[in-house]
Design a protein around this ligand. Structure first.
Ligand SMILES: *[C@@H]1O[C@H](CO)[C@@H](O)[C@H](O)[C@H]1NC(C)=O
Ligand SMILES: *[C@@H]1O[C@H](CO)[C@@H](O)[C@H](O)[C@H]1NC(C)=O
Ligand SMILES: *[C@@H]1O[C@H](CO)[C@@H](O)[C@H](O)[C@H]1NC(C)=O
Ligand SMILES: *[C@@H]1O[C@H](CO)[C@@H](O)[C@H](O)[C@H]1NC(C)=O
Ligand SMILES: *[C@@H]1O[C@H](CO)[C@@H](O)[C@H](O)[C@H]1NC(C)=O
Ligand SMILES: *[C@@H]1O[C@H](CO)[C@@H](O)[C@H](O)[C@H]1NC(C)=O
Ligand SMILES: *[C@@H]1O[C@H](CO)[C@@H](O)[C@H](O)[C@H]1NC(C)=O
Length: 300
């Protein structure tokens, strides 16, 4: 009886490690990566420079394909850099099988359609830059599960809807660019959770509502550009200390009220302050003259 009790959990452990090994083996082969990339090639309908057409062939190693970099240790696809290739096509779900992918760039091509949900499996991603394409649909909420994500650029696409709240779980995020999309809704106050954010670009996105004061709580911020939205309300009059802040771009919105003096007390590295085409009134706060690095002040 005693032996039996001992044996059952032992068997369970053996069995589960067997299953884990099986699952791991199914996804840890360079052939999986090759199949995923060949599926991508199949989804390219125009390749004007014949880059993938002539180069991505099963007779050579995936690691030697143009735009592909493999890790030195695992020899699995680590980076996919397909920027400026003039490619037209869609992203197949198979790309989610590139389980070692850290860097993915599709910058400046003509990809369209939505991002398949299978990409949610790319848990190692640190850089995801797909700006200047024709991607559409809502911004997928699974982007928020990439816990190591450092740079996310979806700029210059046709994404619609609200900013998914899950994005604010990306605690390692350094750069977020959603500019030039057709978004709706507000800038959620949870944005303050992005405590490592350095670059925040939300230009021409269609966002409305006020600028949450939590934005001024992100002490790492260097550039914040909210130009050309429908933002309203006044600026918070909190005493903020943002010693890295270099650029504030709030122009072309519907912001009102006076410029709060407190806001500019501790911005020692502010170089550019763009506030023009809003509904501000009152005087330029004296605190601004304490921003000794200020080179551009645009208020008209
Ligand atoms: C594919 O492109 C890479 C990088 O430009 C090059 O080193 C390789 O020789 C090319 N392979 C073929 C089969 O053209
Ligand atoms: C985009 O890529 C094309 C080549 O397909 C290139 O001619 C163009 O200069 C690139 N544009 C930008 C903004 O980099
Ligand atoms: C890869 O992804 C596709 C589509 O998501 C799937 O059908 C396929 O079985 C996956 N696995 C491998 C090992 O290719
Ligand atoms: C995005 O589009 C805008 C407006 O057309 C342009 O000024 C900007 O350079 C583009 N940015 C990128 C990254 O392509
Ligand atoms: C700013 O951060 C402080 C300290 O973490 C917190 O107590 C405060 O509520 C935050 N303010 C906003 C507006 O998020
Ligand atoms: C600013 O508000 C006015 C009046 O509510 C509205 O007509 C206009 O479209 C708004 N402009 C922007 C850029 O939000
Ligand atoms: C804000 O900062 C200024 C200058 O550092 C200081 O004189 C003032 O008392 C502060 N106000 C608040 C409410 O903390």
């Amino acid at each position: 009886m005693r032996n039996g009790c001992f044996l059952i959990p032992f068997t369970v452990i053996l069995w589960s490690s067997f299953v884990v090994t099986l699952v791991a083996n199914r996804v840890t082969s360079i052939t999986t990566d090759q199949d995923a990339l060949l599926a991508l090639k199949d989804h390219i309908v125009n390749d004007p420079q014949n880059l993938l057409t002539t180069n991505w062939t099963a007779t050579t190693s995936v690691c030697d394909w143009v735009g592909v970099t493999c890790g030195t240790r695992h020899r699995r696809v680590r980076a996919l850099k397909l920027s400026h290739m003039g490619l037209t096509g869609t992203i197949p779900p198979h790309l989610g099988n590139l389980s070692f992918l850290v860097f993915a760039s599709f910058y400046n091509n003509s990809f369209r359609g939505s991002l398949p949900d299978e990409l949610a499996k790319l848990r190692r991603l640190k850089y995801f830059t797909i700006q200047k394409n024709y991607f559409g649909g809502e911004i997928p909420s699974w982007l928020g599960s990439f816990t190591r994500l450092h740079t996310l650029s979806l700029a210059n696409n046709s994404f619609t809807g609200a900013i998914p709240p899950s994005l604010f779980h990306l605690s390692e995020l350094d750069g977020l660019d959603l500019s030039n999309n057709d978004l709706q809704g507000h800038i959620p106050r949870e944005i303050g959770k992005l405590s490592k954010l350095r670059l925040l670009y939300l230009r021409h996105t269609g966002l409305s509502g006020s600028i949450p004061s939590a934005v001024f709580n992100i002490s790492s911020l260097q550039d914040i550009d909210l130009t050309g939205n429908m933002l309203s309300g006044s600026l918070p009059s909190a005493n903020v200390t943002m010693s890295s802040l270099r650029i504030i771009g709030f122009g072309l919105n519907n912001l009102t009220g006076s410029l709060p003096s407190n806001l500019f007390n501790n911005l020692p590295n502010l170089e550019g302050l763009y506030l023009s085409r809003n509904l501000f009134h009152g005087q330029i706060p004296a605190a601004l003259f304490g921003c000794t690095q200020l080179k551009i002040l645009s208020v008209l």
